[in-house]
Design a protein around this ligand. Structure first.
Ligand code: NAP
Ligand code: GDP
Length: 363
């Protein structure tokens, strides 16, 4: 039985990856920095993962070298997936030193632990690199050969992690790889990322719990895929005969404005945007779904410049030809299927919340 160690196991990708590895018969170990009960209660997937006897959680933090070394020594994993990170780009402007400590030096701590413990022939290491490395992109679409131009403390920290993985591979012959993953989402996506903020907002609006959703830059474009497809790629990257870096992306790019439109459209609701910049507003234009009573011309989307970033990544579009050819990887979800799954999951979530509240107050 192969052993995998996942940092960031409580996150979106950690959850899907642990499910995938359990299905493949792995013994899964995870680095967890908090009491899990609150997270487990959030969704079924985490319950399944946490209730398996093949999953073992270790208290730890990527900012603590001795702790990381001792977990790696105890587990002696065949594969390490370094998914742990301070992952929110906007917050990294407020906590740049913490982002560097966890996201950059965290990877160094893992590589050094594996090397000093003499595990470099046994342990393969995956680094969760990001399309944010391309930032102010110097070419479109972005591939493994596109130069990097990071635009946030998060991305600069991830740049260090990318290169230290490459350096340990070249210097010590370690099996260390970067998956340069473009944005990937799911019903488990953190609530402050734009896709989930939108699908939660749509659900709150159509269930009458919220009047209007305030957004930042509607013009930004992202190449969005589904996290389930992307964790499959992580696993494939560590199964290759030689360690290499791969871009993982759908190749399709969509603006924030269009993601909002798609999110409403899957429910039979059309949105029209009027105005510009801070004054742009999204109105209900038509509603063919008898379940929702939404007045035509109701303003449901507005812009709040508080959500703008000091430096923005305007457009991401990935070229994953290498992964498609060498890993035989193809995404199963397109952006509409992704948005539909997220919106429907969030509507169920919002309606359950209301039911729970009602029964709580009734009780
Ligand atoms: P996520 O849901 O935000 O999960 C991040 C995980 O990292 C959580 O389990 C979090 O633990 C953990 N963590 C944070 N700080 C830590 C620390 N100091 N020590 C140990 N663990 C720590 O992120 P995700 O979407 O699953 O993404 C997984 C990884 O891929 C991240 O490294 C992210 O930067 C990278 N990435 C993501 C995308 C994407 O679109 N999702 C794209 C490219 C790269 P808590 O639960 O305790 O907070
Ligand atoms: P990122 O690509 O890792 O920064 O992922 P996010 O989901 O946080 O943001 C994607 C894009 O959406 C960025 O260009 C943001 O500026 C843009 N955006 C527009 N409005 C919002 C918002 O209200 N929240 C977030 N998180 N991003 C927004």
């Amino acid at each position: 039985m192969k052993k995998a160690l996942i940092t960031g196991i409580t996150g979106q990708d950690g959850t899907y990856l642990s499910e995938l590895l359990l299905r493949k018969g792995y013994e899964v170990h995870g680095v967890n920095r908090r009491q899990l009960s609150a997270n487990i209660a959030q969704n079924d997937t985490r319950c399944i993962a946490a209730s398996s006897s093949n999953i073992h959680l270790h208290y730890g933090d990527l900012t603590d070298s001795m702790n990381i070394t001792s977990i790696i020594q105890k587990v002696a994993p065949d594969e390490i997936y370094n998914l742990g990170a301070m992952s929110r780009v906007k917050v990294s402007f407020e906590m740049p030193e913490h982002a560097a400590n966890a996201d950059a030096i965290g990877m160094l701590r893992i590589l050094e632990a594996v090397r000093l413990l003499g595990l470099q022939k046994k342990t393969r290491i995956y680094q969760a690199s990001s399309s944010e490395l391309y930032g102010k992109a110097l070419e479109t679409p972005q591939s493994e050969t596109t130069p990097f131009y990071p635009r946030s403390p998060y991305a600069v920290a991830k740049l260090y992690a990318y290169w230290i993985a490459v350096n340990y591979r070249e210097a010590y012959g370690m099996y260390a790889c970067n998956g340069i993953l473009f944005n990937h989402e799911s019903p488990l996506r953190g609530e402050m990322f734009v896709s989930r903020k939108i699908t939660l907002g749509i659900s709150a609006i159509i269930t009458g719990q919220q009047e209007c959703l305030y957004m930042g830059n509607l013009n930004a474009k992202r190449d969005w895929g589904h996290a389930k497809d992307y964790v499959e790629a992580m696993w494939l990257i560590l199964q290759q005969p030689e360690p290499e870096d791969f871009v993982i992306a759908t190749g399709e790019t969509t603006s924030i404005r269009d993601f909002i439109k798609i999110g409403f459209d899957v429910l039979g609701i059309k949105i029209e945007f009027r105005g510009e910049d801070e004054n742009e507003i999204g109105y209900i234009k038509a509603c063919s779904n008898p379940n929702y009573q939404l007045p035509i011309d109701k303003a449901v989307i507005k812009v709040d410049p508080a959500y703008y970033r000091p430096t923005e990544v305007d457009m991401m579009q990935g070229n994953s030809t290498k992964a498609r050819q060498k890993l035989n990887w193809t995404p199963k979800y397109n952006v509409r299927q992704l948005a539909e799954e997220m919106v429907l999951a969030d509507i169920r979530f919002k309606l359950n919340m209301t039911d729970n509240k009602k029964s709580h107050f009734a009780g």
